[in-house]
Design a protein around this ligand. Structure first.
Ligand SMILES: C[S@@+](CC[C@H](N)C(=O)[O-])C[C@H]1O[C@@H](n2cnc3c(N)ncnc32)[C@H](O)[C@@H]1O
Length: 315
């Protein structure tokens, strides 16, 4: 196996390479041992944090760390969740396949790769993704409870694999809930259609870019998770306005966004090149005001990890 290709100039800076060298030593040790053990997660997290601090202090560039991460991953960790994130099969790390792999706790079958996937799934961020599916289900329950007789109309914006919709309908077959799902990725739509094939009468799919088109039937609940944290503020406000416009009076818009409290951020950004627009509760509130929401109609909640925030706007 040829040696790891460190960017040469890192060694030229005084002490600059140290956190990357430490990370490499640890990773090589763990790779040789067949992947990290749970007792080693804290050490790996701490080493990642130190690497992140070095990037934030501009001691090492993010590009150099990423070049190292891609090199090491393609040599030793092909087939893992980390490799999947770096691979960006559909153009970015958090595509529908990745999200579904998180929901289903997918792990590589090879034992020496599986341990890396178990480490991946133990992170706060994938936990938050799984929690947000439960959050959506709770939200649906509370909306159904609020209107026991009439049907509930739900718009699912950037619906991805629609596993959340499938599970809800399977668990609540008697409820009159109708979903319109929009996604810009045709493979996501095809996957989601298969996922929801048994109840095609309740779930309609639109293969569209939500920044250009939204079905405008009038919805009781508009839900979007895993999209707004990829949008710059301007697009965030533009889309939020559009979502509010297709929500019925008395209805609710709920938009997920990763918080600036994300203990997995260094892992995601430095080893997975998975970059999100992390936002604070105040920032989300401010963007909601810019979109025209009344101050007393806005609330920000979160799932148990505290990593995925949810901006609620009552109409
Ligand atoms: C991270 S996944 C989230 C999927 C789903 N909401 C979930 O949480 O399970 C993001 C999805 O957004 C879709 N997407 C990204 N930009 C979009 C756009 N402009 N219009 C519609 N869908 C978009 C992607 O194709 C992908 O399926």
């Amino acid at each position: 196996m040829p040696p790891i290709a460190f960017p040469e100039r890192l060694y030229d800076r005084r002490g600059g390479a140290e956190p990357l060298v430490q990370m490499d030593e640890l990773l090589q040790e763990m790779i040789a041992a067949g992947g990290p053990m749970p007792t080693e997660y804290a050490l790996l997290n701490r080493t990642l944090r130190q690497l992140g601090d070095a990037v934030r202090a501009r001691v090492i560039s993010r590009e150099d760390v990423l070049a190292y991460a891609s090199d090491t991953t393609s040599r030793h960790l092909e087939g893992t969740m980390q490799a999947r994130a770096l691979g960006k099969k559909y153009g970015y790390s958090g595509d529908f396949e990745m999200i579904d792999a998180i929901y289903t706790l997918r792990t590589a079958p090879e034992p020496h790769l599986k341990r890396w996937d178990l480490y991946f799934h133990a992170q706060a961020a994938p936990n938050a993704v799984r929690n947000r599916k439960a959050y959506f289900h709770h939200l649906l329950h509370s909306h159904v409870a609020g209107r026991p007789k009439s049907a509930l109309r739900v718009l699912n914006v950037a619906s991805g694999p629609a596993r959340d919709v499938r599970e809800w309908v399977l668990d609540n077959p008697e409820q009159q809930v109708f979903f319109d799902c929009v996604d810009a990725e045709i493979h996501a739509i095809e996957c989601a259609k298969k996922m929801c094939a048994p109840f095609a009468d309740r779930v309609e799919f639109y293969h569209r870019n939500v920044l250009r088109f939204l079905p405008a039937k009038g919805y009781d609940l508009v839900w979007s998770a895993g999209l707004f944290d990829y949008l710059a503020d301007r697009s965030f406000v533009f889309l939020l306005k559009a979502l509010m416009a297709v929500t019925r009076l008395g209805g609710e818009v709920v938009v997920g966004n990763f918080s600036d409290f994300n203990p997995s951020r260094d892992y995601m950004e430095l080893l997975g090149d998975w970059v999100l627009q992390h936002r604070t509760r105040d920032h989300l509130r401010e963007l909601a005001l810019q979109a025209g929401a009344a101050a007393d109609s806005i609330e920000v909640q979160w799932e148990p990890e505290g990593v995925n925030l949810f901006l609620h706007i009552r109409r």
